[in-house]
Design a protein around this ligand. Structure first.
Ligand code: GRG
Length: 393
């Protein structure tokens, strides 16, 4: 079937569609239309009413290329007043065309779970390894490993090559959660739907399990990747990871977060610094490491770095939103804590609706950074940006 794809040209006031759905079977007329837009943002945000372009069976088909996604056929009944925005958000949210994002995430999470299970066996001292495995295998979303693997595959690498580093990202993330939940930090009782590590194993073991996970993460990258990846790439990943955890990364962000608690003068700039360091840098490191391991060019690394910065900040902005809009059961951890502790968050500083708009904007910015890649190959990362933006827990 030879579709003559609709092409688009946009001015500040209108969006022009040409060759409206003509196929080799002559079923569709070639139509030239000019639709008014109010207001014009980009195709995703366009508030565009589809006009009544009649067809024999009362359906209008059009092929739209929206942002970075491949062309896709959309259909509405003739005379419909549904907007393109509605069509797109209904059909594209969380996935790219022809790409089963849910299935992708599930298969990556399963592969990561299996690799983590093998990497940290239940050995002597048993209590320590039980504690490490308890939190590590408690069923997180595995976003960081998925990002690492997806980028590695995007630039020509493989899942196997990225797996030890992807697991290391999850080990470090898990250790940060164990420490974050301690009585001397957030003093939380639930995490990933289960009692927190110190509640089960005691504070002393929980601290040490976190320490052991942190240390083993580095060892695992070095040992398990050394036969498949050149040493200079491993060195680059390890040094980036060290930085993303230390005083200019996760730990620095956590300390700034603690010291700012209860300070009502915190502005958006300070909050952004905290979010980028406490949450963003490990996510960014997961993304960029996948690129380094997979042999990305410097130009590609710069691109994915910019994608990662947006996604990293986005992750914590959404975390702030979820804290005020979901229940503890839905989140698997105590909800509403930011409000109780009067913490500076995006919803608090800019309001819930504006925070949601900001999250959508960050997701869109992240996706734009991938425009230089083949959209089909970038589909997992496009999907991940949407998944992080629209996640429910
Ligand atoms: C690194 C030495 C060292 C100490 C840790 C406690 C601490 C310092 C930092 C806190 C970092 C932290 C907990 C940031 C919050 C990140 C965040 C939004 C976590 C939620 O991540 P999800 O939603 O959780 O990916 P799952 O359970 O799905 O993995």
């Amino acid at each position: 079937m030879a579709y003559s794809y609709m092409t688009m040209a946009a001015s500040s006031q209108s969006l022009h569609f040409f060759n409206f759905a003509s196929s080799s079977s002559q079923e569709w007329r070639s139509v030239r239309s000019c639709f008014k837009l109010t207001p014009f943002n980009n195709c995703h945000g366009a508030n565009l009413k589809l006009p009544s372009v009649g067809t024999s069976n009362g359906e209008i088909y059009c092929h739209l290329k929206l942002g970075l996604l491949p062309y896709k056929k959309y259909s509405v009944s003739s005379g419909s007043t549904r907007t393109v925005t509605q069509l797109v958000t209904e059909e594209e949210k969380g996935q790219s065309v022809g790409f089963d994002f849910k299935n992708y995430m599930q298969s990556k999470a399963e592969a990561v779970d299996k690799a983590l299970d093998t990497a940290i066996p239940l050995e002597y001292p048993k209590k320590l390894h039980e504690s490490m495995r308890y939190s590590l295998l408690a069923g997180g979303k595995r976003v960081r490993p998925a990002l690492c693997i997806a980028v590695c595959e995007l630039v020509g690498g493989t899942q196997d090559l990225a797996m030890p580093t992807a697991c290391a990202m999850e080990m470090i993330h898990t250790m940060s959660l164990i420490h974050d939940d301690l009585p001397c930090m957030d003093n939380d009782d639930f995490r990933r739907g289960k009692p927190t590590n110190h509640k089960v194993f005691g504070e002393n073991i929980a601290v040490l399990a976190g320490d052991a996970l942190l240390s083993f993460a580095f060892e695992h990258i070095a040992v398990a990747t050394s036969k498949t990846v050149p040493g200079d790439r491993i060195l680059r990943v390890i040094s980036k990871l060290g930085k993303s955890i230390g005083s200019q990364g996760l730990v620095g962000g956590q300390v700034a977060d603690i010291t700012c608690a209860g300070d009502s003068s915190i502005d958006i700039k300070t909050l952004e610094w905290i979010h980028i360091h406490k949450t963003g840098m490990l996510l960014e490191c997961s993304v960029v490491s996948g690129g380094i391991l997979g042999g990305a060019t410097e130009e590609e690394i710069e691109r994915i770095e910019r994608y990662a910065v947006c996604v990293g900040l986005l992750f914590q902005v959404v975390d702030d939103i979820l804290d005020v809009s979901k229940s503890s059961e839905e989140l698997g951890k105590t909800a509403g804590k930011d409000l109780i502790t009067d913490k500076a968050t995006y919803p608090k500083l800019m309001g819930l609706e504006k925070a949601k708009e900001f999250a959508a904007e960050l997701a869109s910015r992240a996706k734009k950074e991938l425009s230089c890649f083949d959209p089909l190959k970038a589909a997992p990362l496009l999907g991940l940006a949407d998944y992080i933006a629209f996640r429910q827990n």
